[in-house]
Design a protein around this ligand. Structure first.
Ligand code: AMP
Length: 344
């Protein structure tokens, strides 16, 4: 499954991504994490990105797109991924579209995580991360004892919590403004593509995960890939049905009489006129008369009979000429003969 989680800073994209990673076994790709790692390593890209990040601005598209291209080329994304914090503007969304089209791996769903402004501020100002394992806690909503008891998997010690430099109130206000201006237009962009789902991302973390899973399910049912799958299944079902029908012994229809055939031919439609014609034809057939088609056949038969009778009578006539007629004929013949002799 290829997913984008869309939402303002503090909307819980990171927290929910980690839950999806566990549930679906696909990697989370967070451009914020990739950039922070580059900053921590002091790479040339990290150095270029740091200033923008500290000021709450977006890092240059060229840097972010280069990172995404490299990350999407890695083998662990073959079964899908969760994009968290990318794309963040229309140019990035277009570039992602082109890249995924090239890879033949279009997005299945974009989920917009909806959270009120005040709640975003509260979440971000209470956010702390572990310097060793990166786990995120909110000191305003999670009891201190619980955080204390949750040991860091890297060190086995209590988490070493710190506040991100861009999570200060001033920078957060700036980041939220950037979100409204640059990232919010992506909601319409993905709605236009028919792959947008929106969930209420406020409340219990578990409940938000449930809403997210429901949204993903709804989205995957509607994707072109899912539609193609449904179409293929329907085609297969129809082919199987046809094969069964062809295998079954064909039932022989009882032979139709000429009148029945004529009726079927004349009155196929169940219109009032058709039914009337059919009834009339049936009645006529019962009396030995015919419809037009049957009449033609019967007429032909009768015509043939008449011809045969005339031939027989003619033959009989030649054989059975009466005696006076035979005498008259002989007289005529001899007169002609005499006349012939005289003229020679
Ligand atoms: P995040 O952890 O996603 O809140 O990102 C922290 C900071 O990294 C942002 O305030 C930006 O300065 C930068 N950043 C993260 N993702 C992007 C991106 N897709 N495009 C530009 N800048 C980004």
């Amino acid at each position: 499954m290829r997913i984008v989680l869309l939402g303002a800073p503090g909307s819980g994209k990171g927290t929910q991504s980690q839950r999806l990673v566990k549930e679906h076994g696909i990697p989370q790709i967070s451009t914020g994490d990739l950039l922070r790692a580059a900053v921590a390593k002091g790479t040339p890209l990290g150095v270029r990105a740091k200033e923008a990040m500290d000021a709450g601005r977006l890092v240059e598209d060229e840097i972010v797109l280069g990172m995404i291209r490299e990350r999407l080329a890695e083998p662990d994304v073959a079964n899908g991924f969760i994009l968290d914090g990318f794309p963040r503007n229309l140019l990035q969304a277009d570039a992602l579209d082109a890249l995924l089209t090239e890879l033949g791996q279009p997005l299945d769903a974009v989920v917009q995580m909806d959270v009120e402004y005040d709640e975003l501020m509260r979440r971000i100002s209470g956010r702390r991360s572990c310097a060793d394992c990166g786990a995120v806690f909110n000191v305003l909503t999670t009891p201190a004892q619980q955080i204390e008891n949750d040991k860091c998997p890297k060190t086995g010690e209590p988490h070493k919590l710190f506040q991100r430099p861009d999570d200060t109130e001033e920078t957060v206000a700036k980041r939220l403004k950037v979100y409204e201006e640059k990232t919010r237009p992506l909601i319409d962009f993905y709605r236009g593509k028919g792959i947008l789902q929106t969930i209420n991302a406020e409340g219990d973390v578990e409940e938000i995960t449930e809403r997210l899973e429901e949204a993903l399910q709804a989205a995957t049912v509607q994707t072109p890939a899912a539609a193609a799958k449904r179409k293929a299944a329907a085609k297969k079902k129809a082919a199987a049905k046809k094969a069964v029908a062809e295998k079954a012994p064909a039932r022989k229809a009882p032979a139709k009489s000429a009148a029945q055939k004529a009726t079927a031919k004349k009155a196929p439609a169940k219109t009032a006129a058709g039914l009337k014609r059919a009834a009339a034809a049936k009645k006529a057939a019962g009396k030995g008369a015919t419809t037009k088609a049957a009449g033609k056949t019967a007429g032909k038969k009768a015509g043939a009979k008449g011809t045969r009778r005339r031939t027989a009578v003619a033959k009989a006539g030649r054989k059975t000429k009466s005696a006076p007629a035979r005498r008259t004929l002989a007289k005529k013949k001899s007169a002609v003969k005499k006349a012939g002799k005289r003229s020679r």
